[in-house]
Design a protein around this ligand. Structure first.
Ligand code: FCB
Length: 490
């Protein structure tokens, strides 16, 4: 693994790819996936009326479900990549509940689910419940990626969960006091363990690199903390936020153990299984560095949003009262299951201001971006990527993939610069700081369904014609290909 300082060459075997997720990119052609909390959420009339969601539907999406082979071919031929990051839709695989498959569940003295034993007869039962057509389609998608020279990275949980586990409208209306309350219940962890085991068992011959959970903090914050309430179930309660953050962090460990146990087949140099958490790490600074309240709040936000989940997964620190101190009862070492790599999603810098909100978790705000902003209002700050990479490696000592990095820019005016400047910071992290970064995934391959904001933010390297589904390359495609095909930034 050598590299040349002047030419900014990346280590041999570095993975270059783009990232997509199932809910955001699959629909638009073929059978839509209607059985998830996110489907229910974005179509709920009340949510649309009050502006929690845009009113757009994922059925108008890029149609990757049918068009995957051309898309993956394009990742290779037009982008020069050697990898792709995609996710698998839990609701497509298990449209019906798996809760009757009785597995042996161990709980600790605090009643936390801490281990699942899934045996061959459980696996047979899961097999009977799984949707064979959906599984077959995922096998075809992954095989196509491999055929086109792309090492797949598969995310197990990129947000939608089956409706039978999470009815987000009922949860919204009962403030989480309903049976299908998603990540508020550790029952969801058990089912996620079964799903992960099944995926590893049935797709493990095609996949080695797994992202367990995508951005636990975003799921918890946007579902249980923000005023707009834009993610399911749209609640605004620090206690529920913490419960969700805890359970989604624990979900990593559940999946980690199952994938290690059920995927024994080597599909690439990473095999048989290389399993990591995907975390969003952003730069936070005080809005007014001269204001001690802003300074304190900025540090608090950094702790809660960047560190909390990683401390949980790597150190077993579950700071449940969010006071920045881990008391003895909050250290749960037996929940540390392992993490082979860390996926880092990095986008921007946030200027934190303090506002009176009672609970500290309700006392932060972000200054609107006024300087160098994306059209989504996210402040562009490439140096922050190097900083979070160095910080995360220094602290958690795992190899890293940049699993997402990108910009919403419909006119494609800032994207080339954004891409090059961020890739340059990755190179510095490797060369100057000695961080073992092993790959970079641009978010996203093509314009897609941006959750509660629908089709407005345009993150793609390719534009998608809504009617014909034609992929139209933006000029950034060439810039990406230059870098990826040469494995260097010239
Ligand atoms: C990340 C998500 C991804 C996409 C980008 C813009 O938080 O993981 O699905 O929405 O933001």
């Amino acid at each position: 693994m050598g590299w040349n300082r002047m030419e900014r060459v990346f280590p041999e075997g570095f993975l270059w790819g783009t990232a997509i997720s199932s809910f955001q990119a699959e629909m638009g052609r073929g059978e839509p996936s209607k059985g998830t909390d996110w489907w229910a959420w974005v179509h709920d009339p009340e949510n649309i009326k009050v502006g929690r969601v845009s009113g757009d539907s994922p059925v108008d999406g890029p149609g990757f479900w049918e068009l995957y082979d051309d898309d993956l071919e394009m990742c290779r031929s037009q982008l020069g990549g050697n990898s792709v990051r995609l996710s698998i839709d839990w609701g497509r695989i298990f449209p019906e509940p798996t809760s009757d498959v009785e597995v042996n569940v161990k709980r600790d003295k605090f009643d936390n689910v801490c281990q699942l034993d899934i045996d061959n007869s459980n696996m047979d039962a899961l097999e009977r419940l799984a949707d064979v057509d959906a599984l077959t389609r995922y096998r075809e998608i992954l095989s196509s990626a491999i055929r086109h020279g792309l090492t797949p990275m598969l995310t197990l949980y990129h947000w939608p969960i089956p409706l039978w586990l999470h009815d987000p409208v009922e949860s919204r209306d009962t403030k989480g006091n309903c049976k299908a309350n998603g990540w508020l219940s550790q029952g969801t962890l058990v089912e996620f363990g079964k799903f992960s085991a099944y995926v590893a068992h049935r797709l493990g011959d095609l996949v080695d690199v797994y992202g367990t959970v995508n951005e636990p903090r975003i799921v918890a914050e946007h579902g249980y903390l923000t005023e707009r309430g834009e993610f399911p179930p749209g609640l605004n309660d620090p206690e529920l936020f913490l419960r969700c953050l805890k359970n989604v962090s624990m979900a990593h460990g559940m999946a980690y153990e199952q994938v290690k146990r059920w995927d024994k087949v080597k599909a690439s140099a990473y095999g048989p299984s290389y399993v990591g958490l995907v975390s969003v790490l952003q730069s936070y600074v005080p809005a007014d560095p001269g204001n001690p309240d802003d300074v304190r709040m900025s540090r608090y936000v950094e702790y809660m949003f960047n560190e909390w989940g990683l401390n949980a997964v790597f150190h077993g620190d579950y700071d449940m009262d969010a006071d920045m101190v881990v008391e003895p009862g909050e250290q749960l070492l037996h929940l540390v299951k392992g993490c082979d790599f860390l996926g880092v999603n990095y986008y921007s810098l946030w200027r934190v201001k303090h506002k009176e909100g009672g609970h500290p978790l309700l006392s932060y705000g972000f200054e609107p971006c006024t300087g160098n902003c994306s059209e989504y209002g996210w402040e562009i700050h490439p140096e922050g990527l190097r900083e979070v990479l160095a910080w995360a490696y220094g602290r958690y000592r795992r190899p890293i993939f940049v699993t997402e990095n990108g910009i919403a820019d419909a006119k494609d005016e800032k994207r080339v610069r954004y891409l090059r400047s961020h890739v340059e910071q990755v190179h510095r992290a490797i060369e100057v700081d000695g961080v073992p970064v092993m790959g970079y995934y641009y978010w996203s391959l093509m314009d897609n369904f941006e959750w509660s904001d629908g089709y407005r933010p345009r993150f793609g390297l390719f534009n998608v014609d809504r009617d014909t589904k034609r992929r139209i390359p933006k000029k950034s495609v060439e810039a990406y290909r230059e870098i990826a095909s040469k494995n260097s930034l010239l």
